[in-house]
Write a protein that binds this ligand. Structure first.
Ligand code: NAP
Length: 305
């Protein structure tokens, strides 16, 4: 049975950890922090796994073995949300194959995307993705980079009504599209928005994350390390001493806990094919999160590097 920690109990027990907090609605599902999908209350582990580039490894036995180990470690540590796209080469097929080989299909919350124009092309692509991912029903289908968004959302509403997808959403990866994302989530009653947000690319906090919260739209954060650029800034730099007060053992955890400390965020999906990195990243969803003052200190510290 999963232990739930109420906010009051956590704050009481954790009063000794200065600068640390949990958000309303947070719960610890065993070891890993979970957050509710606002429109249904279904809970998801707060750290997921991105597959762009890293799972596009069909035909390379050594890289397939790395991807298999990464998925195994991710699930062992309580991870469930995995994100792919037909844009990511063989990633969907590799995800489907490895999930079947590891016997973890039932545990995963599988998200992918539609990335084409036209109703029939969208339907063909989504059906193809389901075959590659080896699922009868997708947990989440997202319109990738808002391509032909109205057309696909119309199809997806029908698919949701008939049970072929459980949730629908929209994605982008660039601040230049945040205003468009904002319009869509304000107008279209989508379940999820996926967007870039990190210490390197913090623009979503200006407006988009607040609009998501106001519209009860779940937020999946992509590019939490700005595609690795964050580690070029932190290279050779020690973590500040106070990072241990919020449970950070690495710069990756520093970056992910900073993202998760925004209460609008449901789940963050760092991409990796390194099992040790998968363990490091899921570790960010354990222990305390920074309170607003500590988070501001993290922002300032990162800016000083
Ligand atoms: N438009 C869209 O919908 C869109 C756009 C972009 C991304 N996405 C989704 O978001 C996911 C994440 O974004 P991303 O992959 O572009 O960038 P990211 O997660 O910000 O960064 C990935 C990079 O970080 C490294 N890394 C991961 N964990 C690490 C750790 N603990 N320590 C050190 N390095 C680590 C990875 O290398 P290693 O493999 O060596 O760990 C990889 O080079 C994608 O995979 C994709 O699923 C969606």
């Amino acid at each position: 049975m999963r232990a739930r920690v109420s906010r009051r109990a956590f704050l009481g027990a954790g009063a000794a950890i200065l600068g640390a907090m949990r958000m309303p609605g947070d719960s610890a599902g065993g070891e890993i922090l979970e957050r509710p999908i606002p429109k249904t209350g279904e809970r998801l582990p707060a750290v997921g796994l991105g597959t762009w580039q890293v799972f596009d490894v069909a035909g390379n036995a050594a890289e397939m073995a790395q991807a298999r180990d990464t998925l195994r470690v991710f699930v062992e540590r309580g991870g469930r949300v995995i994100d792919s796209s037909p844009m990511y080469g063989s990633s969907e097929a590799v995800t489907g194959q490895l999930a079947a080989e590891l016997g973890v299909q039932a545990k995963l919350f599988v998200a992918t995307k539609v990335w084409t124009s036209g109703k029939q092309a969208g339907i063909r692509q989504m059906e193809d993705s389901m075959k590659k991912l080896r699922v009868e029903r997708l947990d989440l289908m997202q319109v990738h980079n808002l391509v032909d968004v109205s057309t696909h959302l119309t199809t997806l509403r029908d698919w949701k009504a008939s049970g072929r997808v459980r949730y629908l959403g929209v994605t982008h990866y660039h601040a230049g599209a945040h205003a468009d994302l904002e319009k869509v989530i304000a107008r279209e009653n989508v379940d999820f928005v996926q967007v870039n947000y990190s210490l390197v690319e913090p623009e979503a906090e200006r407006r988009l994350l607040r609009v998501a919260a106001d519209t009860r739209t779940a937020v999946i954060v992509n590019r939490p390390f700005a595609e690795g650029a964050l580690f070029r800034r932190t290279k050779g730099q020690p973590l500040p001493d106070w990072a241990k007060d919020i449970g950070c053992a690495s710069w990756a955890q520093f970056a992910l806990k900073w993202v998760l400390a925004d209460p609008a965020v449901t789940c963050v999906i760092p991409g990796t094919r390194n099992p040790a990195h998968a363990a490091d990243n899921t570790g960010a969803a354990t222990g305390p999160l920074p309170d607003p003052a500590t988070r501001a200190k993290m922002t300032a510290h990162f800016a000083s590097l």
